[in-house]
Write a protein that binds this ligand. Structure first.
Ligand code: PMP
Length: 427
């Protein structure tokens, strides 16, 4: 037993499944997780001293790579001034001003502590502002673990075989309607069947919790049109896509405006942060201005804001990063497709910007149904083979692979070499 395996045995006695978040338990790939001691640039090190090339990037926040000196220094400086004040700070104003400058259509920001909280609060705002209760989400999209969104949820809610969680009363999800990603008709049908009742349509503009599935041409535009027609608000959950597809997120990348936008991950630079943002008119309905209550002891935490502000400023000053990470992801996707063809492995690669995912299916993957057609046992074998060769991928099929600014051409070559070997062994 190596040190990670030993730690996992100990962990299982005191943490459910040995972890504090389900996907980390490596259940979907049937092995013990690696316990990580440190990370730097594109690399992770485990308790057994093994080094891995990392394509998880803490599930998205580490767009600059791990332990970036600019962020580390900002955090170190902030820590010296105190960890939490429960009072306003200049940094909260600065990061909100920067987000308003960079993200299309938003005028105000409310900081929270996670993506889950951001989306939960955005929905409360949508319901409060419209006076309607129902919401439409897409099967296979994940929006955090708040009760009313644990219906047809993606990510590890899917990998765990619990599309809907126990402990969520029917009465709480009776207003959650589920449509199909990339199928506008399914949305319009629900809007027609529930006239004047749908507060919001919430979507991951790029579905990145069912593997990666991009929006079909016209899908996001169509959602915008439908929301306008039926008086529902359009919520883009940009917890993954925000500041990743572009500085302005998916709204800028696709040229489609949402009414409320949620963020997490990148805006915290690796610290626990989320945010929901919208027009002044909407955001002034939030307490203490308006009747939609939402609060947080640690919201806008000074250390977390220092990390996020440093990361967002760095991205703003280095916009070439977006071209680089997208180009590298395109190279990876191309190389993986070639390797699949060469080895005859039934793999289909989806890529949008710096996000990508392999599906073990011979067909195109444009819908959640297509994604579910992937051979997850084959993914598990692919994952194990890559890990053995020092490449750390998402330990589950229905997740994304994240390219960061720390990945190099050499890293990509090594990844493709490993993938070629692993894919040929899978046939
Ligand atoms: N929305 C999306 C699109 C996500 O991918 C996630 C988490 N991966 C969340 C919300 C929830 O964020 P958190 O895990 O920070 O609560």
């Amino acid at each position: 037993m190596d040190r990670s395996e030993q730690l996992f045995e100990e962990a299982k006695k005191v943490l459910p499944g040995g972890v504090n978040s389900p996907v980390r338990a490596f259940r979907a790939v049937g092995m013990a997780p690696r316990f990580i001691t440190r990370a730097d640039g594109a690399y992770l090190w485990d308790e057994d001293g093994r080094k891995y090339l990392d394509y998880v990037g803490s599930w998205g926040p580490m767009i600059l790579g791990h332990n970036h000196p600019v962020i580390r220094e900002a955090v170190e400086k902030a820590v010296k001034d105190g960890l939490s004040f429960g009072a306003p700070t200049a940094r909260e104003v600065e990061i909100a001003e920067l987000m308003v400058e960079l993200v299309p259509g938003i005028e105000m920001v409310r900081m929270v502590n996670s993506g889950t909280e951001a989306v939960m609060s955005a929905l409360r705002l949508a319901r409060g502002a419209t006076g309607r209760d129902k919401l439409i989400k897409f099967e296979g999209c994940y929006h955090g673990h708040s009760d009313c969104l644990l219906v047809g949820a993606g990510s590890s809610a899917l990998a765990g075989g619990h599309p809907t969680s126990a402990g969520v009363p029917d009465v709480v999800v009776k207003d959650t309607l589920t449509a199909q990603f990339n199928d506008l008709k399914s949305v319009e049908t629900l809007l027609e069947q529930n006239p004047g009742q749908v507060a919001a349509v919430i979507v991951e503009p790029v579905a990145a919790n069912m593997g990666v599935v991009g929006p079909a041409p016209g899908f996001l535009e169509g959602l915008r049109t439908l929301c306008d027609k039926y008086g529902a608000l359009l919520i883009f959950d940009e917890v993954i896509t925000g500041f990743r597809l572009a500085l302005g997120g998916a709204q800028a990348y696709y040229g489609v405006k949402a009414d409320i936008v949620t963020f997490g991950k990148i805006i915290g630079g690796g610290m626990p942060v989320g945010a929901y943002c919208a027009s002044r008119e909407l955001m002034e309905q939030v307490a203490p201005c308006g009747a939609v209550y939402q609060a947080g002891t640690l919201s806008g935490n000074p250390v977390a804001m220092a990390a996020g502000l440093a990361q967002l400023r760095y991205l703003k000053d280095h916009p070439e990063i977006y071209t680089q990470i997208e180009d590298y992801a395109t190279l990876l996707a191309g190389g993986l497709r070639e390797a699949a063809e060469r080895t005859g492995a039934p793999v289909h690669i989806n890529q949008v910007g710096s996000l990508l995912a392999p599906f073990f299916t011979p067909t195109d993957v444009n819908t959640f149904t297509d994604a579910k057609g992937s051979d997850v046992a084959m993914y598990a074998r692919y994952f194990a083979g890559m890990l053995e060769r020092g490449i750390y991928l998402a330990p589950a099929q229905f997740e994304a692979m994240f390219v960061s600014a720390a990945h190099t051409q050499e890293d990509l070559s090594r990844t493709l070499e490993a993938a070629g070997a692993v894919l040929s062994s899978l046939k």
